[in-house]
Design a binder for this molecule. Structure first.
Ligand code: 4AD
Ligand code: MG
Length: 446
């Protein structure tokens, strides 16, 4: 179906190429005089026309159901004026063979699923292996692959090097409460929450570095945007200041979006999934945490904190409040300078105001936070103090601490959730549909 270069006939004088095509039935319409099939093979879709008569009277044709695997032979023709078909062509079938029949009970699932996309429905989640065959799921996954490769391309253009840090670790990065613990030959170990600390140990050798690896979080709540296992795009930049980090974030997000829009196939999927998608205009809005607190309180009615009270400095901006803010402002926000208390131990304090950190979250309409990043504490004593303050035993971090001993440097980095990035771009209600087989509390199958 991928082969778009074959000669097309016109059904009148001009003969088209006779081809042989493998695929599965995506759509089926049986009429008195003709059977119409849309065939799919993962590369694309093809309209097939089977005239009534000997061809469809046999037993096999009665077995046609969605997902039936077929091989069809016939002449490829341009569609007549006014007829809509994928790639404006149709196959006039003169012979076929069923390779793998499908019971028609599957129709209900694949159909329902591709049309409704209800990500909370347990039946849908149990049948994810079949849901994947729907057009929406297929488009999201194709877009996902492209976006991941677009990040890789962009990093290469920027001369960042890719590394692959370990997933099995003995240190936490983002707090003990979301650690997945397991037994490692009798020692306690964890599934990594973030590769950041490891990235901070290789830029001395490789320059600016990045990785695209799985991160794991034992999130004990069910939300639209939390997974237990997600794909984490992380980068670490050496010899920079906070402004460089913000500029870089804006640049890489814009470039990845540009690559998607510049690709005809991908922009087609994007248009189908999110007809209203607009390339974010630059510069992104830059807003300090303290300004956000004011903004939330200034709304009419005010957007309240988790206790139902007006926000005060030091409050976490919870998921709901953050999303409302992002939806109202309706453009990407670089939210910066979060208070020390609500951020991770490794974040560098703002030299102008030590109550806050040189930290940034990138917020997108519809999703909220898609990136978390910061400048890193580069002073040895300050880092030792930070472990203490956060109740983290410093011994297991000796390799991380050592970086502050041997030629420390001003540096910073970030992590971007690939599923959240996609949920934003493809307008998905939840990150669950942006993952092949999503993992979250209560679900570890299929
Ligand atoms: O804000 P987080 O926790 O930051 C870090 O892990 C840093 N150590 C990254 C770094 O600086 N290298 O996570 C970063 C991003 C979030 O903004 C979000 O997009 C995604 O990772 N994320 C999740 N995505 C899905 N499910 C979860 N449970 C996620 N937790 C974080
Ligand atoms: Mg975060």
């Amino acid at each position: 179906i991928n082969n778009k270069s074959v000669e097309l006939g016109d059904g009148k004088g001009k003969k088209g190429t006779r081809v042989k095509v493998y695929g599965r039935i995506h759509e089926l319409r049986v009429q008195k005089t003709t059977t119409f099939i849309t065939l799919k093979d993962g590369y694309g879709y093809l309209s097939c026309i089977l005239p009534a008569g000997d061809l469809t009277k046999n037993y096999d044709a009665l077995m046609f159901a969605l997902e039936t695997a077929l091989v069809v032979y016939g002449e490829m023709r341009a569609v007549p004026e006014g007829v809509k078909a994928p790639d404006n062509r149709e196959l006039h079938v003169d012979y076929y063979k069923v390779l793998g029949a499908a019971p028609s009970d599957l129709d209900a699932i694949t159909n329902r699923v591709s049309k409704e996309q209800d990500p909370w429905d347990a039946q849908m989640l149990d049948n994810r292996h079949l849901v994947l065959r729907g057009e929406n799921a297929s488009s999201v996954l194709k877009l996902r692959e492209f976006v991941e490769l677009a990040f890789i391309d962009t990093y290469r253009e920027m001369e960042f090097r890719k590394v692959s840090p370990p997933a099995m670790v003995q240190t936490q990065v983002e707090g003990g409460s979301t650690l997945f613990k397991y037994d490692y030959y009798g020692e306690e170990a964890y599934l990594t929450q973030s590769s950041q600390l490891y990235l901070e140990t290789v830029m001395q050798s490789l320059g600016n570095v990045y990785c695209i690896e799985k991160s794991f979080r034992a999130e004990k709540s069910l939300t639209r945007r939390h997974l237990s296992e997600y794909t984490h795009v992380e980068a670490e930049l050496d010899f920079i200041d906070f402004n460089d980090l913000l500029d870089h974030l804006e640049e890489i997000i814009s470039r990845v979006v540009d690559k998607v829009l510049a690709d005809e196939t991908m922009s087609g999927y994007l248009k189908a999934l999110n007809p209203n998608f607009q390339k974010p205009s630059r510069p992104f809005l830059r807003m300090k945490y303290s300004e956000a607190i004011e903004w939330l309180n200034k709304q009419d009615p005010p957007i309240l904190n988790e206790e139902g009270k007006p926000h005060v400095f030091g409050d976490d901006i919870a998921e709901a409040a953050e999303r409302r803010m992002t939806d109202i402002i309706n453009r990407p926000i670089l939210l910066t300078h979060f208070p020390v208390e609500i951020k991770a131990f490794y974040m560098k304090k703002d030299p102008q105001d030590p109550r806050v950190t040189e930290s940034v979250d990138v917020l997108m309409p519809g999703v909220g936070e898609i990136v978390g990043g910061s400048m890193r504490m580069d002073d040895y004593d300050e880092l030792i103090e930070a472990y203490k303050k956060n109740g983290i035993p410093h011994e297991p971090y000796y390799w991380y601490t050592d970086q502050r001993k041997y030629g420390s440097s001003p540096h910073g980095g970030y992590g971007l959730g690939l599923e959240r990035f996609l949920a934003w771009m493809a307008n998905q209600h939840t990150v669950r549909t942006c993952s092949l087989y999503s993992r979250f509390m209560g679900r570890c199958k299929p």
